[in-house]
Ligand binder design. Structure first.
Ligand code: KDG
Ligand code: MG
Length: 415
């Protein structure tokens, strides 16, 4: 079964997505997600100009060999663009293999290990009353674990907090809240400000209020979004211990894996990291020294199903679990792949789930379901996602960027 063609489909139903569709000489098709938020055209070109020509004529069944061919063969290994391109090829080939086998993909990954994937949703509010409303809305929708992000006094806008502007952009007039859609349309990123001391003073008061209102049972998560130094991160972890977080995410920019040693020495708050990691090597010290509790890489940005399964197996040696990144910039194809992998692996932890807009679901027709706070794969063969060409073609690429962050004195900081 040879690869006959591969197309790069760029569509923007409210946000930009890059999708790879591989077709074999006997008519099977497979989909893969290659969306890199704010850098979509770079990965589209990488695929179109440098990967698609190499794929033509390859045996579509040789998934591992194709992975190695693209990873080792590039010479320039790793990096988000390369690994997203490889992920898209890998996912599309798994989709095809499962269609040929006439099975939903999870069956090829070992079959079900559980009934569904526990997910967490994003509640946010600039102030406590809006935050409480948002938590209640999520509970009413069935979410059983909730990420909590709030405004910080003195800062006009903060990562992860819904604003009416991004509610309109993401929701396309369909959903009223769209709490996490940070990429904003435009030719340049918007600028946000950041003040770590103000954040550290404020965040424990938020979790205290949330626990007082919602009780001790509800699993709560929080994302520090790469902004803290090791000692600041250690302090936040310690200050939040009384509120029993499910996890504290991206406390430091974890390119420096040693930073997590400092954090770990000081706090028992569970740590999740890795949404910007793209290879198993990024996790090496973190796993071997047991410095984290959850792995955040998504299939889309870490080289596909083949590579992420390897990362999870390595993590399992150290009792570290999955906590796959699932923002709206991972397309429904990337999410479906995460659901098939998550239902099968032994060390599943939790899955992030931001609902995609109705316009997105017109382009990507999915068969997974959200029930009882869990995502469940459907029984369609393959990934269970169909790409609607007509709907996709109706949404041309539109430039959009993630914000950048500056400290109050104007210095650039991590967003
Ligand atoms: O594209 C960047 C977003 O996906 C990222 O900011 C989301 O931190 C994020 C999260 O935890 O979902
Ligand atoms: Mg995050």
């Amino acid at each position: 079964m040879k690869i006959e063609s591969a197309e790069v489909l760029v569509s923007s139903p409210g946000r930009n997505f890059v999708t790879l569709r591989i077709t074999t000489d006997d008519g099977y098709t497979g989909l893969g997600d290659a969306t890199v938020n704010g850098r979509e055209l770079a990965v589209a070109s990488y695929l179109e100009d440098h990967v698609v020509p190499l794929l033509i004529g390859l045996d579509a069944h040789r998934i591992e060999d194709t992975w190695q061919y693209l990873y080792r063969g590039a010479y320039w290994r790793r990096g988000p663009i390369t690994m997203a391109a490889i992920a898209a090829v890998d996912t599309a080939l798994w989709d095809i293999k499962a269609k040929v086998a006439k099975m939903p993909l999870y069956q090829l990954l070992g079959g079900r290990s559980r009934e569904g994937l526990l997910v967490y949703g994003h509640a946010s509010g600039a102030e406590l009353p809006e935050l409480f409303d948002s938590i209640r809305e999520h509970q009413e929708e069935g979410y059983r674990a909730i990420r909590v992000q709030t405004g910080v006094p003195g800062l006009p806008s903060v990562y992860g907090v819904a604003s009416s502007a991004n509610a309109q952009q993401g929701g396309m007039g369909v959903t009223t809240r769209y709490d996490h859609e940070p990429a904003r349309p435009g030719e340049r990123p918007v600028e946000e400000s950041w003040d770590t001391r103000a954040y550290i003073r404020h965040i424990p008061t938020v979790f205290e209020a949330v626990r007082n209102e919602f009780g001790p049972e509800l699993p709560l998560l929080h994302d520090a979004h790469h902004r803290l130094t090791p000692i600041e991160a250690a302090k936040v972890g310690k200050l939040l211990e009384p509120y029993d977080l499910f996890w504290l995410e991206d406390v430091t920019p974890a390119e420096n894996q040693a930073a997590l040693r400092r954090v770990r020495e000081h706090t028992t708050t569970p740590l999740a990291i890795g949404e910007v990691f793209n290879t198993i090597y990024d996790y090496k010290d973190l796993f071997e020294e047991q410095l984290i509790d959850y792995v955040r890489s998504p299939i889309t940005h870490a080289g596909g199903i083949t590579a992420l399964r390897r990362i999870f197996d390595y993590a399992s040696v150290y009792q570290i679990k999955s906590g796959v990144h699932g923002p709206t910039d991972v397309s429904p194809v990337g999410l479906a792949a995460a659901i098939h992998l998550g239902i099968a692996i032994p060390n599943f932890g939790i899955q992030e789930y931001m609902k995609h807009s109705a316009a997105t679901h017109e382009v990507f027709r999915t068969d997974f379901a959200f029930e009882d706070g869990m995502l469940k794969p459907g029984e369609a063969v393959g990934l269970g996602v169909e790409y609607d060409d007509e709907a996709g073609a109706g949404h041309a690429y539109s430039p959009a960027y993630l914000p950048v962050a500056r400290l109050l004195d104007g210095s650039m900081h991590n967003w």
